[in-house]
Design a binder for this molecule. Sequence first.
Ligand SMILES: [Cu+2]
Length: 188
Amino acid sequence: MQKRRLLGLLVLGLLLSACGAQGPAVSVRDPWVRAATMGDTMGGGHGGATSITTGTMTMGDAHGGAHGGATGTTTATMEMGHGGGGAVSAAYFTIANSSGTADALVRAASDVAETVELHTVEMQNDVMQMRPVNQIDIPARGEVELKPGGFHVMLIGLKRDLKVGDTVNLTLTLQNAGTLNVAATVRQ
Ligand SMILES: [Cu+2]
């Protein structure tokens, strides 16, 4: 009886560890992309400004200073330096790492934008600014939330309108876990 129970536990343990090894170490929850339109004129940059303003309002709220937020919008837009007035948007999701080893999101790609960058938002001289980062670290058995006002995947130079309900395909490259394909839903 005792032996059988031990054997059962051993088999169960093996099964569990096998599952752990086979399951994806990194997974993405609730991926979404902010709706954006390319606009009907070139060089206006209006679409881009609108997208950024929406994100900044959230930041402004969080900091209780609408003025700082508004300044940040201007700076962020200028710092983007796209020049061509291409529309921008951003993708957000929670990325979880079930493995015992730290991982990192090192690259993102999408066919809806000319350029895709990993960005963060931080306070510099009382102004909220976006800046590119080389990677977004995901701790072992932990997760990171990409959200407005924080880490995000920046979609620069949209090739098409992103309407609410559309799906945007993202390809995420992890330092350890390899490549992950994600279908993000466009939201307002
Ligand atoms: Cu950005």
